[in-house]
Design a protein around this ligand. Structure first.
Ligand code: PGA
Length: 251
């Protein structure tokens, strides 16, 4: 069985100017010690080069939060993969529920973006999936997540799928302070591993990194990380404060 390395990623969303990112990074690098846990900050495009520079010589990764599936073109407001590669980003969040909700991201565009990343870069995608409250209450959570994963990974090779990160983020737990119980989170992450096995094979599902995201904080990180099928966390609010994010990494 593959040994999966725990991976804690921050998702800053639309927070922090360059100056604020620099201040965070300076403080965070002082607190940070190399551990067995991989870590990264996924930040606004305008902060990426600042973070790459500030984290140089450390093992702290840097991620974007979106990418377009074309190399260039008349796509006002978008950022392409060559642009991210030039900065040297390590990760890219794809299909976050906020993008699906507010910016017309669909399983189809998510699939195109994943294919683009795998075809032309070594960037590791962090694919976000998850159900909303109505869907959970209707008992449809697993079905929704399974449909998302099937559509998002359509025609993606096993070797690529094995390298990726899937973040299970129940929409009702994002930014609400309402965490899924470790059992709910663990159950869905186990289901996701089963879905990946069904789509591919045992080897692929053993390798894929599965994170939980939704109101993760230092106080609940240990019990979440202790669930056997949860390999990491995608952290929004608590990743904005160096001590809090460090507290999660040291779960
Ligand atoms: P939260 O956000 O930790 O603030 O709930 C998680 C996310 O949206 O990735």
């Amino acid at each position: 069985m593959a040994m999966r390395i725990p991976f804690i990623a921050g998702n800053w969303k639309m927070f922090k100017t360059k100056a604020e990112a620099k201040a965070f990074a300076e403080e965070f690098v002082k607190l940070y010690k190399d551990t067995d846990v991989k870590t990264a900050i996924c930040a606004p495009f305008t902060d990426l080069d600042t973070l790459k520079e500030a984290f140089a010589g450390t093992s702290i990764g840097v991620g974007a939060q979106n990418v377009h599936f074309e190399d260039s073109g008349a796509f006002t407001g978008e950022v392409s993969l060559p642009m991210l590669k030039e900065i040297g980003v390590d990760y890219c969040v794809i299909g976050h529920s906020e993008r699906r909700q507010y910016f017309n991201e669909t399983d189809e565009t998510v699939n195109k973006k994943l294919k683009k990343i795998f075809a032309d870069s070594d960037i590791v995608p962090i694919l976000c999936v998850g159900e909303n409250l109505d869907q959970r209450e209707a008992g449809k959570a697993q079905e929704i997540v399974e449909n998302q994963i099937k559509a998002d990974l359509k025609d993606i090779a096993a070797a690529d799928a094995a390298k990726m990160v899937i973040a299970y983020e129940p929409i009702w737990a994002i930014g609400t302070g309402k965490t899924a119980t470790p059992e709910q989170a663990g159950e869905m992450c186990a289901a996701i591993r089963g879905i990946v096995e069904k789509l591919y094979d045992e080897n692929t599902c053993d390798q894929v990194t599965i994170q939980y995201g939704g109101s993760v904080k230092p106080e609940n990180a240990t019990e979440i990380m202790n669930m056997p099928e949860i390999d990491g966390a995608l952290v929004g609010g608590a990743s904005l404060v160096p001590e809090k994010f460090m507290g999660i990494i040291n779960f």
